[in-house]
Design a protein around this ligand. Structure first.
Ligand code: ADP
Length: 418
C-alpha cells in the first residue's frame, strides 16, 4: 500500500498519540520506532516514524528528520506531517522551526502551518498564544519542566528564533470563517513572504477547518490533533483509496503486565487508584541487588489478574533517590529493571503490556525487541493499544506518557482490549 501521509514525530509517546488519532478513522496505521534500516515494505496508508529528537541539538534533529522524510518518500508519501508536543516543548535552542524549515527545503515548499492545539486534552491557541486549560502555557506546570521549561506562551515569539524566514498568524477570527477564508489568508501571507504560519484553534471544529484548508500542503506541522481529520478528508476526495487496509486486532489471551516508571502527577494518581495486585520498586535496592525481589514476586502472580509493578513515587522520594544515586543513574536503574521485568513477564506468558512513562516506554519496547507497531483501539485521547511482535509472539502494548489518561487508566486499558 502506497503511503498517503508520512508523519515524523519528535518523541515516542508523541508518535503513538498521533498514530492513535489517525487510527480513529479505522484505517491501518503503522508506527516505526526510529528510522527503519531497511527500505519500506508492508507499508500502510499512514506511516508514523518516532524519533527521539525533542531535546536534541538542532543539526542532529534536522539530520534525523531528513532521513525519516527520505524513507517516507520511498514509501510513496507526497504529503508529510511534522509532529511535536501540544505544549510546543522545545529547549532554548529548540528545533521545531529549524526542522520544519529543513523539511520545507527538501520538499521545495514555501509555507507551512503550526498548530499544536489539542482541545480534547485542554490545549488551545488563541491569537497565537497557547493555553493549557484556562492557563497560559508559561503559567502552567510546563513552566518548570525539567528539560523543556516553557516560559513564554506566545508561539510567534517561541518560533521566530528557530527559523530564518518570517513567522505570521492566521487567527481564530479567520479560522471561524471557514476553510476558504483560511486558504485566502495563507495565500495573502505567502505573498508577504511569511513561511511559518501559526494557526489558532480552540475547538475540534477549528481543527477540521484547518485540516480541510491545508490537507494538500506538502508539509503540515502540529500536535497530533490537527492531523485527526486528515484520513476522512483524504477518503472523501479519493486521495485515500476506499479499499485501503483497515486496522485489525489480533485475538490475544488476557495475561497482562502493567509497568510504570513515570512519576508524573497523573501516573501517581493512576497507580494509587489501581485495585489489582501491585508491587513497588525501590531504586536504591535495585541499585544494590537488581530486580531479584520483584522477579520473585512476579513469578507468584496470576497474570490474568494484571499485576502492576511500579517505580512511581512522590517528588520528595524521587529527590531523595536522585540525591543518593544521581538523577541519570536512578532513571537508568529503574528503566533497566522495568525492561528486565517486561522480558520476564513475556517469558511467563504475558501477551498484554501496559507501560507508563515516555522514557520508560522507550526502554521497554527496546528490551522487547519491538521496532514496529500497528495501532488499535484508543484507551484515552492519544493513548491507543498497539500490536507488535516480540520474540516471535504477537503482543498488545500500550505506551502512556506521564500526564495522559484518566485516573482509572489501568482499568480502562484492560477494558478497552476486551
Ligand atoms: P514521564 O512520561 O512521566 O515523564 P518517563 O518514563 O519519561 O515518565 O520518565 C520518568 C523517569 O524517572 C524515568 O527515567 C524513570 O526511570 C525515572 N524514575 C522512575 N521512578 C523513579 C524513582 N522512584 N526515583 C528516581 N527516578 C525514577
Amino acid at each position: 500500500m502506497k503511503t498517503v501521509l508520512g508523519c515524523i514525530a519528535d518523541d515516542f509517546t508523541g508518535a503513538t498519540d498521533l498514530a492513535g488519532l489517525l487510527a480513529r478513522s479505522g484505517v491501518k496505521v503503522n508506527l516505526r520506532i526510529g528510522i527503519p534500516d531497511a527500505p519500506p515494505t508492508d507499508t500502510a496508508a499512514f506511516e508514523v516514524i518516532a524519533l527521539k529528537s525533542r531535546t536534541a541539538p538542532v543539526e542532529e534533529a534536522i539530520a534525523q528528520a531528513r532521513a525519516a522524510l527520505k524513507w517516507l518518500q520511498a514509501a510513496g508519501a507526497k504529503r508529510f506531517f511534522w509532529k511535536y508536543c501540544s505544549t510546543f516543548d522545545s529547549t532554548a535552542t529548540g528545533n521545531i522551526g529549524s526542522v520544519a524549515e529543513a523539511l520545507m527545503r527538501d520538499l521545495n515548499t514555501h509555507q507551512t502551518i503550526y498548530c499544536p492545539a489539542f482541545p480534547e486534552n485542554g490545549r488551545s491557541i488563541f491569537m497565537g498564544n497557547l493555553f493549557v486549560g484556562e492557563t497560559p502555557l508559561a503559567e502552567s506546570p510546563m513552566r518548570d519542566h525539567p528539560l523543556t521549561p516553557m516560559r513564554d506562551s506566545n508561539l510567534m515569539r517561541l518560533l521566530a528564533p528557530q527559523t530564518t524566514k518570517p513567522v505570521g498568524l492566521a487567527n481564530r477570527l479567520t479560522v471561524a470563517k471557514g476553510a476558504d477564508a483560511l486558504r485566502a489568508k495563507l495565500s495573502e501571507l505567502a505573498t508577504q513572504g511569511v513561511a511559518h504560519v501559526i494557526v489558532d484553534a480552540v475547538a475540534n471544529d477549528d481543527l477540521y477547518t484547518i485540516a480541510s484548508a491545508c490537507r494538500d500542503m506538502p508539509l503540515m506541522t502540529g500536535g497530533s490533533a490537527v492531523a485527526m481529520p486528515l484520513p476522512a478528508l483524504y477518503a472523501a476526495n479519493g486521495t485515500l483509496a476506499a479499499d485501503a487496509p483497515r486496522a485489525t486486532a489480533p485475538d490475544l489471551s488476557t495475561e497482562t503486565i502493567l509497568l510504570s516508571g513515570s512519576c508524573s502527577a497523573m501516573t501517581r494518581a493512576q497507580v494509587a487508584a489501581y485495585s489489582g495486585p501491585k508491587h513497588g520498586l525501590d531504586p536504591v535496592d535495585l541499585a544494590e541487588n537488581g530486580p531479584k525481589t520483584a522477579l520473585a514476586w512476579l513469578a507468584t502472580q496470576d497474570l490474568t489478574h494484571a499485576p502492576l509493578i511500579y517505580a512511581t513515587a512522590e517528588p520528595d522520594a524521587v529527590r531523595a533517590t536522585q540525591a543518593k544515586l544521581g538523577t541519570a543513574a536512578a532513571g537508568e536503574i529503574v528503566e533497566h529493571a522495568l525492561s528486565q521485568l517486561a522480558i520476564a513477564a513475556r517469558n511467563l506468558g504475558a501477551h498484554r503490556f501496559v507501560v507508563a512513562g515516555g522514557e520508560t516506554s522507550g526502554a521497554v519496547t527496546q528490551a522487547l525487541g519491538v521496532d514496529r507497531l500497528t495501532i488499535g483501539t484508543e484507551i484515552a485521547p492519544g493513548v491507543p493499544w498497539c500490536f507488535a511482535t516480540s520474540a516471535g509472539q504477537t503482543i498488545a502494548i500500550t505506551l502512556k506518557s506521564g500526564n495522559f489518561g484518566a485516573e482509572t487508566f489501568f482499568a480502562d486499558a484492560l477494558k478497552a482490549l476486551k
